[in-house]
Design a protein around this ligand. Sequence first.
Ligand code: 13P
Ligand code: SF4
Length: 349
Amino acid sequence: NMSEDELRSIVSRVKSEMGSRLFLPGHHYQKDEVIEFADARGDSLKLAQLSASQHEAEAIVFCGVHFMAETADILTREDQHVYLPDMRAGCSMADMANIQQTERAWAKLMELFDDTILPLTYVNSTAAIKSFVGKYGGATVTSSNAADMIKWAFDQKERILFLPDQHLGRNTAYDLGIRLEEMAVWDPIKEELIHEVPVEDVKVILWKGHCSVHENFRVTNVEQVRRDYPDMNIIVHPECSREVVELSDYAGSTNYIINQIENAPAGSSWAIGTEMNLVNRIIQEHPEQHIISLNPMMCPCLTMNRIDLPHLAWSLESLANGNPQNVIKVDPSTAIDAKKALDRMLERA
Ligand code: 13P
Ligand code: SF4
């Protein structure tokens, strides 16, 4: 049982010993005790781009969740290795679409729609799903480029299948002028398509997945803030439901949320609908603004929080000792098509 000071000195020592041979990206939802040591902080898009450009790094210790580490592995060279400080740092949304379910859904959708669908997947998905999407000509998207990628998809096919987050898919397609009735939902448990208009009029097929953190921001939270603070700006992540995004003033990725608040005039008021560590950090870094969480309960992502100072120190120590733990290695047969899906996005980002 080491003290916090001991843990911090392990992290600092390994970082200075390894220099540019080590890269430590940190997602905005990571704890302060981890973010403090990150070489770069960012949203999913920025961290994917940065990982792909770390030519000197031998080791990437990813402070984020499993799908992000997989993405970094796919985008880096064979001789570069990616590590995740705690293997339990998964993502409940990514777990909502497994490859067997997806293959079965695709077979059914091909019967209904022939070859008129292009698959897209949010990066919050397993490497196997990215590989599936890449194999059928589709691409990955993040919350910062979903609109551009959906437009790109419609240049090629009449319809899209959007995995695994129904809310990001619905919110983005709606902004592009697609009517809610034209969006169907694929339920992977019941294996059925829920649609309002005749199937031939369906344009978007949304996978029935969601984020267990962002579902905690509800219409009642928005109504409460509107009652208590009529002048407050409400800004949410597009993983929130359509109803919540509709009633909010702004919606966008974590980087977008940070930028909006940074560029707002001092003394403005904000209610933020996203993960707790980021909301707390924005509050600390912007004492000139009045900021609250849209849900007063504060909403942590439990899996992001698995990465803490003890796990980071343990991971770096294992690397320094020449016995690195928790390597994330996507098998080459999966990585090849997954990379196609990622590259189609990165070329346009
Ligand atoms: P972004 O940082 O890309 O907005 O993603 C949010 C998220 O939920 C990551 O898991
Ligand atoms: Fe997954 Fe939601 Fe956590 Fe992001 S915030 S890692 S989408 S569970």
